[in-house]
Design a protein around this ligand. Structure first.
Ligand SMILES: [Zn+2]
Length: 112
């Protein structure tokens, strides 16, 4: 469970969730839960091929050759990525390499 944030308008902590919103009974302010950026926004855990949880800045290697869509580049199995950045979406890992920056699926990566 995540802590309910204090009201951004009046700062009171009697807030409660209601559907997709938080509600502050003190001032009547309502705001969407999704729009609140709390420290625990990484509850969508991203795991590598071994089930190891990945984090920003981790180093990974590719576990298979990956063809880059729309180009002639093939990223070779065993290629190291020194520092990944996790993003949302279908291809959840942003990998900066010598060949460029690529969005890859975590299931093709292994933490080193
Ligand atoms: Zn309030």
């Amino acid at each position: 469970m995540t802590a309910i944030p204090a009201c951004p308008t009046c700062g009171m902590e009697n807030t409660y969730p209601d559907g997709d919103n938080y509600i502050c009974p003190d001032c009547g302010h309502e705001w969407p839960q999704a729009g609140v950026s709390q420290a625990d926004e990484d509850d969508a855990v991203i795991k590598d091929a071994n089930g190891t949880v990945l984090a920003d800045g981790d180093a990974v290697v590719l576990i298979k050759d990956l063809k880059v869509k729309g180009s002639s580049i093939t990223l070779k199995q065993g290629t190291k990525v020194k520092s990944i950045r996790l993003v949302g979406g279908d291809h959840e890992v942003d990998c900066k390499m010598d060949a460029g920056s690529f969005m890859l699926k975590a299931c093709f990566l292994k933490k080193v």
